[in-house]
Write a protein that binds this ligand. Structure first.
Ligand code: AMP
Ligand code: FE
Ligand code: FE
Ligand code: ZN
Length: 290
């Protein structure tokens, strides 16, 4: 049983159509796949339809851009009712923040002598609902300014680099509650990937659990073996579910092919049980809505 609970399609910054993402998952022997585009659910319908045809399990999810104690964090939301208005409103705010950041980013690039237009970025973004820095990077690649996304981030787009612009992100604790009210469950994505263990320690994770977080993503390409082991230990101590996933982005990100990390079936069963309980309590959820 191979379960991959964090992947992106071209509706955000992945490169595969949701249908192709599911077909590829089937090809490489994934039994259960979650589609978790950044801040949008627009890929769900195509992915669900393709999964039904291919006979694999599809967990509809979202990777939500959040902020906690002044730090950006990504929250994986599984099986929420996508029509729940408070959730929709907050995702809209985040998507608006992505759109309004773009002109500021392009202006900073122009100051550096790099001419990328909004049309260049929109051409690179194609069908994406959630546009972001990876699409700016793709536009720069198309113009021969950088060789790949990594280079664009390292030179220009990462925090601290000259074309970085902050954008709106949802409050993490509030969002954990909104997803629960939508009948879904939340797992903290790659908790230590960018800033290491100091970003969110065991006490902080315990506090988030008390706010309703049900799990953390322990096995992720951004975590070394020691971090993975430590996160599994913390999850066990705190009664949190520990997941593993690829964070696949198609050809947009290297070294994270589908199934490179997977979630243990017993952990997935706990996630589904928690989602059922959340849906019963909220009186709504993805299953009822879809
Ligand atoms: P944004 O959504 O605009 O804040 O950009 C963040 C996204 O960029 C993340 O979801 C990552 O998938 C992607 N990303 C971050 N660093 C890199 C990198 N070095 N190479 C490729 N993609 C990256
Ligand atoms: Fe991404
Ligand atoms: Fe992420
Ligand atoms: Zn991701």
């Amino acid at each position: 049983m191979r379960i991959d609970l964090h992947t992106h399609s071209d509706r955000s910054d992945g490169t595969d159509h949701p249908r192709d993402l599911v077909a590829y998952a089937h090809t490489v022997g994934i039994d259960v796949l979650a589609i978790t585009d950044h801040d949008t659910t627009v890929g769900w319908a195509d992915a669900l339809q393709a999964a039904a045809g291919a006979g694999i399990g599809l967990v509809p999810g979202i990777e939500i851009s959040c902020e906690h104690r002044g730090m950006g964090m990504h929250l994986l939301a599984y099986l929420p009712d996508p029509t729940y208005e408070p959730l929709r409103a907050e995702l809209r705010r985040v998507l608006d923040g992505r759109a309004s950041r773009l002109p500021a980013t392009l202006e900073l690039l122009r100051d550096l002598g790099i001419d990328i237009t909004p049309a260049d970025v929109h051409a690179a973004a194609g069908p994406a609902e959630a546009t972001g820095r990876p699409h700016v990077a793709d536009a720069m690649i198309a113009k021969g300014i950088v060789a790949n996304r990594d280079q664009a981030f390292a030179r220009y787009l990462s925090a601290g680099r000259p074309a970085y612009v902050q954008r709106y992100a949802a409050d993490l604790v509030s969002m954990i509650g909104v997803v629960a009210d939508a009948g879904g469950v939340t797992v903290l994505a790659h908790p230590w990937a960018r800033r290491g263990p100091s970003a969110v320690d065991s006490d902080a994770l315990a506090a988030l659990r008390d706010h309703g977080l049900i799990g953390l993503e322990a096995d992720h390409q951004g975590h070394d073996p020691q971090m993975r082991a430590a996160l599994h230990g913390i999850a066990a101590d705190l009664g949190l579910i520990a997941t593993g996933s690829s964070d696949y982005h198609g050809s947009g990100k290297l070294d994270c092919n589908l199934g490179c990390n997977t979630t243990a079936p017993d952990q997935f069963d706990r996630l589904l049980d928690a989602a059922r309980a959340a849906a019963a309590k909220a009186g709504r959820g993805a299953e009822a809505a879809l």
